[in-house]
Design a protein around this ligand. Structure first.
Ligand SMILES: C[S@@+](CC[C@H](N)C(=O)[O-])C[C@H]1O[C@@H](n2cnc3c(N)ncnc32)[C@H](O)[C@@H]1O
Length: 268
C-alpha cells in the first residue's frame, strides 16, 4: 500500500497535508520541502468560486471512473515532448501537473529531479507511486505524490524550477486561470512546459471529446505570459497516430516551452 501522509506517524520528516491535498509518498523522502508551503490553501484567491464548470465537466469522479476502466490508461512511457524538451535541463524541483499514472514524474526523478506529482485522482496517484516503488526505488524517493484539485489548490508563486503540464484539458476559462497560476509558480530562471492536443486533431479521426473548447494552441498559452518570459518553443508539433479504423494520420501537439527571465533580465 502507498502511505498517505497526513500526520505520518513514524515518518522521518512528516508532511502534514490539509484537505484536499493529501500527500502520498512511495518511499523515504529525499527532499526538504513541505507540501503545504508549495500550494495555496483552499479558497484563498477565489479560484474555487469559478470551479463549478470544471467540476461539471471533468471532476474527480470522472477521472476516477476513467482510471477504474482500465488497469493502464496511459502507455507507461514518458511523454515525447517532455523527453525532447527537458532531457538536457539541469535538475531542480519539478511540478508534474495532472501526472496521471506517473510515467513523466518517474522519468524526471530518474534524471535527478525532485518531483511533486499532482493529480485529482487518487487511483492514478496510487498507480504512479506503486509503479515508481516497484521499478526504481531510488527515483521513487525523489517523488511526492499529491492528491489535489489544482483549481482549488494551485501552486504558490515562484516555487518550482520546472512546471510541466502534459495534456491538461480544461474548458477555456478555468484553463486560463490554471495556466496563469502555473506560470506564476515558476521561479526566475525556471521553465514552463505546456503540451496539449492541438484543436486541429478534432478533424483527424483520432478519439477526442467533441468539445472544441477543451483544446488549445501553444500561442494561446504564450499569450498568457508577460515580458518576464522568453518563449523558446511555440508550435503545433506533428506526430503520427492511427485512428480506431486503422488509418494512419498526423496529429499535432501544442508545445509551449518558455523560460522565466532571471531578476537581472537574462535567462539562465
Ligand atoms: C489527459 S490526463 C494526462 C495525464 C498525464 N499528464 C499524461 O500525459 O499521461 C489529465 C490528468 O489530469 C488530471 N486532472 C484533471 N483535472 C485536474 C485538476 N483540476 N487538478 C489536478 N489534476 C487534474 C486527471 O486526473 C488526469 O490524470
Amino acid at each position: 500500500m502507498v502511505e498517505v501522509l497526513e500526520e505520518a506517524a513514524g515518518a522521518p520528516s512528516p508532511i502534514r497535508s490539509s484537505q484536499p491535498g493529501a500527500a502520498l509518498r512511495s518511499g523515504r523522502s529525499a527532499r526538504s520541502w513541505k507540501i503545504e508551503e508549495l500550494f495555496r490553501r483552499r479558497d484563498t484567491d477565489g479560484m474555487s468560486e469559478h470551479n463549478h464548470h470544471t467540476e461539471a465537466v471533468h471532476d474527480e469522479g470522472f477521472w476516477n471512473e476513467r482510471y477504474r476502466s482500465s488497469p493502464h490508461v496511459w502507455s507507461g512511457a514518458p511523454n515525447p515532448q517532455l523527453v525532447a524538451e527537458i532531457a538536457d535541463l539541469a535538475p531542480g524541483r519539478a511540478l508534474d501537473v495532472g501526472c496521471g499514472e506517473g510515467a513523466d514524474a518517474i522519468w524526471l526523478a530518474r534524471r535527478g529531479w525532485g518531483v511533486v506529482a499532482t493529480d485529482i485522482s487518487r487511483i492514478a496517484l496510487e498507480r504512479g507511486a506503486q509503479h515508481a516503488r516497484a521499478s526504481d526505488p531510488v527515483a521513487s524517493a525523489r517523488i511526492d505524490w499529491l492528491h489535489a484539485d489544482l483549481m482549488l489548490r494551485p501552486p504558490e508563486p515562484d516555487s518550482f524550477d520546472l512546471v510541466s503540464a502534459q495534456f491538461m484539458h480544461l474548458t477555456s476559462e478555468p484553463r486560463t486561470r490554471l495556466f496563469t497560476a502555473l506560470a506564476a509558480a515558476v521561479r526566475a530562471g525556471g521553465t514552463l512546459l505546456v503540451v496539449g492536443h492541438h484543436p486541429s486533431d478534432l478533424a483527424t479521426g483520432v478519439p477526442r471529446p467533441p468539445m472544441p473548447d477543451l483544446f488549445y494552441s501553444a500561442g494561446e498559452v504564450a499569450g498568457l505570459l508577460d515580458d518576464s518570459w522568453a518563449v523558446v518553443v511555440n508550435e503545433a508539433r506533428p506526430r503520427p497516430a492511427t485512428t480506431p479504423e486503422g488509418i494512419e494520420v498526423t496529429i499535432h501537439d501544442a508545445v509551449l516551452l518558455a523560460t522565466r527571465r532571471s531578476v537581472t533580465g537574462s535567462t539562465s
